[in-house]
Design a protein around this ligand. Sequence first.
Ligand SMILES: Cc1cc2nc3c(=O)[nH]c(=O)nc-3n(C[C@H](O)[C@H](O)[C@H](O)COP(=O)(O)O)c2cc1C
Length: 409
Amino acid sequence: MAQTAFARLMLKGKSLLPIVQGGMGVGVSAHRLAGTVAGLGALGTISSVDLRRHHKDLMAQTGKSRDKAKIDAANLLALDREVGAARSLADGKGMIAVNIMRAVAEYPSYVRQACDSGADAVVVGAGLPLDLPELTAHHPKVALIPILSDVRGIALVLKKWMRKQRLPDAIVIENPRYAAGHLGAAGLDNLNDPHFAFPAVLEGTFELFKQLGLERENIPLITAGGINSHAQVRNLLGLGASAVQLGTPFAVTLEGDAHPNFKKVLADARPEDIATFMSVAGLPARAVKTPWLANYLDKEAKLQRKAGPKECTVGFDCLHQCGLRDGIAKSGQFCIDTQLAFALEGDLKRGLFFRGSESLPFGNAIRPVSELIDYLLHDIRPAALQSATARTPYRTSCLPAVEDIDSSR
Ligand SMILES: Cc1cc2nc3c(=O)[nH]c(=O)nc-3n(C[C@H](O)[C@H](O)[C@H](O)COP(=O)(O)O)c2cc1C
């Protein structure tokens, strides 16, 4: 791959391409995707959520179990294996991060495991990681990267961490207007709030750095959400971002760790197929309105009226606070682990398919990671797509025709 003309992302003294592949659970970014991205000199991220689903032996032991301790142990072992496999694929190049959701019940164990297993960075979203410095104190070489959405959240984390003599090694700024999965806004009504716009957050954060006496070179800012072209990369780096993070465009690459049907659902979705709704984690979320989600949304108000505390339906208690288990009426009322696992397996009827709002760089084509990075950095479009077969980004249905479905992984 040609050298980029953009400045490199510096993290813990390591020089990287200014491209970050965001963490995607359940299982969508595991060792293959993260290791491939890192192998090309960028930052690849493994999502730590329920990784046992990629390991047949661990699923044989725990797939039908309701024993939380056993499931948690299998997931920590799976995380260790995935970090190891990603590192060997990367072969010393780039960096491997582990993404951990603050909202997950076992967040501290995942953080410790990620560090012990040799992750280069820990990236935390879906909540404020105020305690991350203590949790990683024994691993000073691991880069700490919070995911935040506005200047207020960034100020909170910076001030709290500064009291602990620690600074983030970078900050991901994720715009809830465009991003996939859980979104960093208070509710569905705030998603388009102008204070989340990248120019406003970048400018406000640089001002905040000045007020706090921090050198902006020491805390790279990484913008995420809806980035789908070389021109956007150029603009954002021009505004002072040090790198860009993408989720959906990486999820649909050849090396993405989910089933081919998963990639097709994301790649084929039209703007009107993409919905925002409240997740069980109490945060807004964005996904493709597949049959399961459409059906759930039809019944949501009724389910919320009937919400009441109950036992976790799968005995996993994956979230610290779960709208379904804890009977929180304003949150979602479904088992997120079950639905995301169906999506990972390519189950078109029952899966929950997280996706960002914007069209994809290569329309609905599934291409290798190397071509995506080449396009983002150098504006080089894959030769295969320059022919007449190139299609428009959105096609007529979010679901593939039955004959299009490939059941192999
Ligand atoms: C399928 C999928 C799953 C995701 N899961 C997570 C997750 O577990 N944790 C997280 O911090 N972000 C998650 N994200 C968000 C991405 O890491 C990324 O920041 C976001 O998708 C960027 O927006 P884009 O998809 O428009 O590029 C997910 C995104 C997708 C597409």
